[in-house]
Design a protein around this ligand. Structure first.
Ligand SMILES: *Cc1c(COP(=O)(O)O)cnc(C)c1O
Length: 369
């Protein structure tokens, strides 16, 4: 059994993928070929935003808006410590200061109440200027955007949605990547919509910003090719990856349903055995991970071992919250600062999750608990 089985999906679309790859080999436009704009058009229609800008990775999709918004030294960017390193890495890359806020115990996403407290504290301390909130749609579940957007408005902050794991999720009819001022996703192979390498995309409704995002994606170019108007990046998505994504995206809406079916089998079969994920009413998760919480660190280790012996791979996302990682040591946080993130990181683990898991496999996994 695989933790994420990409081969099954590939076998279903192999012929179409081959055709797409051959088409790129024939036209030879490896950079910014026609597949790139075709993909951007399809993705923005799906998400429901005015603009989509494909780029080289989820990390660059997070970095570009921070650069465009002029976030830098002296600015505070509020985010969760219970996430992948890239979320806070980009903050540090532009010279701003990550300010961590603990998570909600049920959703594992940033806690809006603690978020507002943290903003007030930054203001009263007067050392940093709060500028941006980066909520993360952890494990595929959108963060609490109704509350987060209200807080952002109240304090005049920008919201950058880290939907690297969230593409395909929703709150009501509003799709992930459409929240806040810009939404960033990743097409890393293991994400719900993955390519066969690195890739990402940015979404926004802001007509002015999209031009700046576009410019930053290609070395800060201006209207004249040889007069670059700002310092940017080389952050384009490969034509090959766009071609692959076009075929993978064609089956993605169906895969969202399959993922939700797999998740509902898990939740039903694990009932009363272990703490299973909670999806708030009106929210749709895309189930980047199906994560359960054991009673203790020791119990987690026992369960993981038992599952391993039965051929079931598991993984821990995330064993160490960012505020305790070496790269963020200079921020001065210590153990105990974010008790929920810390407790969850010791007890959480994720089970195999992909659209092509069958009920018998979920049954086999659930029986080990
Ligand atoms: C994967 C991930 C990223 C980074 O995406 P890449 O495409 O690997 O650069 C950022 N944030 C979160 C929450 C992620 O899971």
């Amino acid at each position: 059994m695989q933790f994420i089985d990409l081969a099954k999906q590939q076998s279903l679309i192999k012929d179409k993928l081959d055709e797409r790859i051959q088409a790129v080999l024939s036209h030879g436009k490896y950079i910014m070929g026609p597949e790139v704009t075709e993909l951007e058009d399809k993705l923005k229609t799906f998400v429901g935003t005015k603009h989509c800008l494909s780029c080289s990775s989820g990390t660059d999709a997070l970095l570009i808006p921070l650069m465009a918004w002029g976030v830098g030294p002296g600015d505070a960017v509020l985010t969760t410590p219970f996430t992948f390193v890239a979320t806070a890495e980009v903050v540090q890359l532009v010279g701003a200061t990550p300010v961590f806020v603990d998570i909600d115990r049920e959703t594992f996403n940033i806690d809006p109440q603690k978020l507002e407290e943290a903003i007030k504290q930054i203001i009263s301390q007067g050392k940093l200027t709060p500028k941006v909130i980066i909520p993360v749609d952890l494990f595929g579940l959108p963060a609490d955007y109704p509350q987060i957007e209200a807080i952002a408005k109240k304090y005049n902050l920008l919201v950058l949605e880290d939907a690297a794991q969230g593409f395909g999720g929703a709150i009501g009819n509003s799709k992930a990547c459409s929240f806040g001022h810009a939404g960033a996703t990743s097409f890393f192979p293991a994400k719900p919509l993955g390519c066969y390498g690195d890739g990402g995309a940015l979404f926004t409704n802001d007509d002015n910003m999209i031009e700046i995002f576009q410019s930053i994606r290609v070395h800060g170019m201006g209207s004249d090719k040889y007069d670059n108007v700002r310092v940017g990046l080389n952050a384009r998505l490969d034509t090959f990856q766009a071609a692959i994504l076009l075929e993978k995206f064609a089956c993605f809406p169906n895969e969202i349903e399959l993922r939700n079916k797999v998740a509902s089998w898990y939740t039903e079969k694990l009932k009363g055995k272990i703490e299973t994920p909670i999806i708030p009413e009106n929210y749709t998760s895309v189930w980047a991970q199906y994560s359960v919480v054991a009673e203790s660190a020791q119990r987690r280790a026992e369960l993981q071992q038992k599952l391993k012996e039965k051929g079931v791979p598991t993984a821990v996302y995330y064993p160490k919250p960012l505020h305790l990682q070496t790269a963020f040591k200079h921020l001065g946080y210590k153990s105990g600062d974010f008790p929920i993130s810390e407790a969850i990181s010791e007890r959480i683990f994720s089970l195999p999750m992909h659209p092509y898991l069958c009920e018998e496999e979920v049954e086999h996994i659930s029986k080990q608990f």
